[in-house]
Design a protein around this ligand. Structure first.
Ligand SMILES: [Zn+2]
Length: 1043
């Protein structure tokens, strides 16, 4: 199939000879004159693609263009009918664009689907991918929209709507609660000077909200206050920001004591109400503030106002109830709570408060009913406490003599009576209106509309939208109404403070039938052609002059690689009995065993995802005591430890904090301490457990009968609440002066597992990558967990348990990472960046094999390239670990694949593979033909890129300044998007004159300064030097043939 470049597609449809002929053939077969676009019209249509979406109506000739698009669609459609669908695939792509621009999304989608099914290298067409992304976005198919948008940026990082893409990615990640990715994309959108459908104020607002959602309140406050400085701020936006600030001050300890913070909160809310006096939400918040400082009258007035603005919700009524209860007006409180639960039957807080009210009035039977209702609600966060309270009350009732309760006069009507009780007019004046209003009420929608410049809604807000997917098509996901359910709550300004209703989000993707097997997994490093054997001069001659028409994109000249995709589940699926394979283990008896060459071969064999080398420390007589907590404290007690705060979970499971269901998300909050302090914690934890153990033993003696019955019931019991524990990680042992003895001890290891060795790729990076080519230490208490991950850039890793306790490992082979990635996506987690703990039942269901083993003190665990693993401590122990890069094709391929996947995912690659590849070519003799070809191919690609970019810069009159490189200097990365920048560095004039040399990649530099006038280009290598390295890098004779 023939492919066209993106801009060529239009020309092909409208001007190309071949297409003309196709059109003529088509029209000669049917009646004349259907394809009757004039030359001028064709010219006007030329270049109208998806990138104009959202911008057409801003153009002067917007209306005329729309008329033209309608005509063009008509012409194309009749042409396609006449040709019986046998037209060039580009017709469909174009038709997709035209329909998209006219906002006919279902027609746009079906046209794009046709194009996709006809065009094998559809992925080269950025405008197509972008259009497709926009359609998916419209239908809230965020998983697919994300993929399409990431593909655009991958194949064309300088795409003209990159800003719009970052904006929408930021929005989608926010919705999916992946806040870090979201923040990154919003920031990338913000630095881009190009136009987008959101103003920079709106982007800043989203960023501020993200901080708030992530509980970074000081950042959020700062960002909001910065926004308030903007003079032209629309009043609605201002009102919303002030409301946010007010509520945040009420809830968080941002300033001083309680009185001060409420004063601030009230001030902000009052200012917000000056901007928008009709916000029921602001009135409600104000009521809450007054209530909390005991200004009862003001609180009532505010709540009253809130209800009058017809925005009253169950929350407001619940708060009114609390206020009445505090004022000792139980009957009024009762009625307010009843209002709340009538508005929202699942309002857990109102049911709970009502229960407390009944209890305080000595009506335990009614209280139990209310508590039960509260526990049935999905939003209930006190389930375990309530359950035990219910049991307590029930037990009490049983002990009471019969009739005791009935005789008492009741203070309050029973819950059944209250439910049907006529509510005083004073309270219900707006009840009728509210009953209908609260369902459709969505405060965000008003915020959202207010944030827009156009009357055209930007992000999906409607609830009527659903997709009528072409039923004959199987390529694209089907959507159900389920999908748009959760869309309206996303932009919620209070999502960080109110509980987000998680319902619907979790399964948002489950209704889409994923079809991963349709296309083969793209090859990052394609199978080799002879081209890599041509000399550098030939290569460069071939691409010379091609880039002279301005600064063209480097990849036009290069063989583009399709965007990387995670592998689909290996086929055929493993039978269930093979899902718990035995772990490859080697038992060492002496030093000779450790240095026996086949051990190395066994470890790096791709068939062994993991190898446990048992008894290594003993065989080598390693002094592990050097890494014991006692020695560490003596050596460097003030040394820094990163602490991860975790919940102590049962065995191999991971439950949500309330213990109701198993989840993948793993809470793992980070902070810092010192070795001395962590050591103290470790010791205390040990003592405490000894004490508990003793107590348990004593109790077991006394109540052995009770023990056995309670353990029988434990299966049905809720898990949790969980104890909090701390895990000490990333303790840096790189400093040779501080850790001399420790590091020296590790040189006793066989070369292939050593931190530094000639055969270790990471020893050829030329500088320190902490924790990768240096040693890191972990200090743990039982239950400490290292969540699921692959190592940086899929490098191998070495881990030695120091003891005294054991560790338990869970390991999944590399080719299943796509399956785990999918599980993470389903659970709204980022495979690369989030903390997750796989649910073993899910893995079993999905036929994923899991290796599981215990690592005893002195055992070395070798994690092979790309192996997914997660680890928990069984006892108290320390571990030391680092990465190793064996010189194999398997390792290199996986490292490069991850490098590209990271790029697609906007995640930094810690190992600079381009820089490393050149160093390998300089320093290493490679005798494996497969590995050699891969390295040589990468060098070729980079060489061409450098040459093309350099020539284009010079042709555009941009001077390239010689900068050179200092030995051991870290590889440069773009300070904005974090991609590795090789050879040609873009540095702002300012940074250059200050000699800070803050590096940008070409794309980020162009976003900040279109013609690069604010930038200088610094060159680190001479072309001749790179050419020489390339030419001198040849396949070395293999060791066996040499001997
Ligand atoms: Zn960049």
């Amino acid at each position: 199939m023939k492919s066209y470049g993106l801009s060529l597609a239009t020309a092909a449809v409208l001007g190309d000879e071949k297409k003309k002929m196709a059109a003529e053939t088509a029209s000669s077969e049917g009646d004349e004159g259907s394809f009757n676009l004039t030359v001028e019209e064709k010219e006007a249509l030329c270049g109208l693609d998806s990138s104009f979406f959202g911008f057409l109506s801003r153009r002067e000739d917007g209306a005329r263009t729309k008329t033209l698009l309608n005509k063009a669609i008509h012409c194309y459609e009749s042409l396609i009918v006449k040709a019986e669908g046998k037209v060039d695939s580009d017709f469909f792509c174009q038709l997709g664009h035209f329909n998209l621009l006219l906002e006919d999304y279902s027609k746009a989608l079906s046209s794009y689907q046709r194009y996709y099914s006809l065009q094998t290298d559809y992925w080269k067409n950025a405008a197509f991918l972008y259009g497709l992304g926009l359609v998916y976005f419209y239908y809230n198919a965020f998983h697919w929209a994300t993929r399409a948008f990431q593909d655009v940026l991958y194949v064309d990082p300088s795409f003209c709507r990159a800003k719009e893409i970052h904006l929408r990615l930021g929005f989608m990640f926010k919705v999916n609660t992946d806040y870090e990715s979201s923040l990154k994309h919003f920031q990338l959108a913000l630095i881009d000077g190009n136009a987008s459908t959101l103003s920079s104020v709106e982007i800043q607002f989203h960023i501020a909200q993200l901080y708030e959602t992530q509980q970074k309140y000081h950042f959020a406050k700062e960002a909001y206050e910065q926004l308030l400085q903007i003079e032209s701020l629309p009043s609605q936006v201002k009102a919303t920001i002030l409301q946010q600030l007010g509520w945040m001050h009420h809830n968080m300890d941002l300033v001083g004591d309680k009185v001060t913070k409420e004063r601030y909160a009230i001030q902000y809310l009052q200012k917000s109400l000056e901007e928008d006096p009709n916000s029921g939400q602001s009135w409600y918040f104000l009521g809450r503030c007054y209530s909390s400082i005991g200004k009862v009258q003001d609180a009532f007035v505010s709540y009253r106002q809130s209800i009058d603005k017809s925005e009253a919700s169950a929350d407001t009524w619940c708060s009114i109830g609390v206020l009445y209860q505090q004022q000792n007006q139980p009957m009024d409180a009762l009625q307010a709570y009843i209002c709340a639960v009538q508005l929202d039957h699942g309002h857990a807080a109102a049911w709970m408060d009502l229960g407390i009210l009944y209890e305080s009035c000595n009506q335990p039977q009614d209280a139990i009913k209310c508590y039960l209702n509260a526990t049935r609600s999905k939003s209930c966060s006190h389930t375990s406490a309530l359950t035990s309270r219910i049991m307590f009350l029930q037990a009490q009732l049983c002990n009471l003599p019969q009739g005791n309760l009935q005789n008492k006069t009741k203070l309050l009507p029973s819950i059944e009576e209250a439910w049907s009780l006529p509510i005083p007019a004073e309270l219900t004046s707006r009840q009728g209106a509210m009953n209908t209003a609260h369902q459709g009420f969505d405060k965000d929608e008003s915020l959202h509309l207010a944030l827009q410049n156009d009357d055209q809604p930007l992000f999906p807000t409607g609830s009527t939208r659903y997709l009528q997917a072409d039923s004959t098509e199987t390529l694209f996901p089907k959507f159900s109404d389920k999908m748009h359910k959760h869309t309206t709550s996303f932009i919620s300004p209070h999502s960080g403070l109110h509980k987000i209703n998680g319902e619907g989000q979790e399964n948002s993707e489950s209704s889409i039938s994923v079809n991963p097997g349709l296309r083969p997994r793209p090859q990052i490093i394609p199978s080799m052609s002879v081209s890599i054997y041509s000399t550098s001069t030939e290569v460069l001659k071939a691409c010379r002059n091609l880039g002279k028409n301005g600064l063209s994109n480097s990849h036009i000249l290069l063989d583009l690689c399709p965007p990387p995709r995670p592998p689909s589940s290996p086929y055929p699926p493993l039978p269930k009995e093979k899902l718990n394979p035995p772990t490859p283990s080697i038992y060492l008896e002496n030093k000779r065993d450790a240095f026996f060459p086949p051990l190395h071969q066994f470890c790096i064999n791709p068939k062994n995802p993991v190898t446990v080398i048992r008894g290594l420390a003993g065989a080598l007589k390693l002094d592990l005591g050097l890494f014991s907590t006692k020695t560490l404290v003596e050596a460097n007690n003030e040394h820094m430890v990163e602490v991860r705060t975790q919940l102590l979970q049962p065995a191999d499971e991971n439950w949500d904090p309330s213990g109701t269901k198993k989840i993948w998300r793993y809470e793992n909050k980070s902070s810092h301490t010192t070795i001395a302090k962590y050591a103290q914690y470790q010791a205390c934890s040990f003592q405490e457990s000894l004490r508990e153990e003793n107590e348990r033993r004593m109790q077991a003696k006394d109540y052995s009968d009770i023990e056995s019955t309670s353990s029988e019931n434990s299966g049905r019991k809720r898990k949790g609440p969980f104890k909090t524990i701390k895990c000490g990680i990333n303790i840096d042992l790189s400093d040779n002066k501080k850790w001399k003895l420790q590091l020296h001890e590790l040189t006793k290891l066989p070369a292939f597992v050593r931190v530094v060795s000639a055969g270790n790729l990471l020893s050829h990076v030329g500088y320190t990558i902490l924790g990768m080519n240096t040693v890191q230490l972990c200090m743990k208490v039982p239950g400490s967990r290292i969540p699921g991950h692959q190592e940086n850039n899929n490098f191998c890793s070495v881990n030695i348990n120091i003891g005294p306790g054991d560790c338990e490992w869970f390991v999944v082979p590399e080719d299943y990472w796509g399956v785990l990635n999918e599980f993470c996506e389903k659970n709204n987690l980022n495979f690369l960046m989030s903390s997750w703990w796989p649910n073993l039942e899910d893995l079993y269901e999905a036929n994923v094999p899991v290796y599981r083993f215990i690592q005893r003190p002195g055992d070395l665990v070798w994690i092979n390239a790309g192996t997914v693993h997660w680890v928990q401590a069984i006892g108290w122990c320390n571990n030391i670990a680092w990465n190793v890069g064996p010189l194999t094709a398997f390792q290199y391929k996986l490292a490069v694949e991850r490098y590209e996947w990271n790029k697609l995912q906007s995640v930094k690659s810690v190992v600079p593979m381009v820089h490393l590849s050149w160093n390998m070519a300089r320093n290493i003799k490679v005798s494996d033909p497969k590995l050699f070809e891969m390295i040589k191919y990468c060098l070729l690609k980079i060489l061409k890129q450098c040459q093309t970019l350099r020539e284009a810069l010079v042709a555009a009159g941009k001077e390239v300044l010689w900068h050179g490189r200092i030995n051991d200097e870290p590889a440069p990365y773009c300070s904005i998007c974090e991609v590795e920048v090789f050879n040609l560095l873009f540095v702002t004039n300012e940074s250059n004159s200050q000699k800070t040399y803050i590096v940008h990649c070409q794309n980020c530099a162009r976003k900040a300064s279109g013609n690069l006038e604010n930038f200088v280009v610094l060159e680190q290598y001479k072309m001749e030097d790179l050419m020489q390295v390339y030419d001198q890098f040849t396949l070395a004779p293999s060791l066996s043939s040499a001997s």
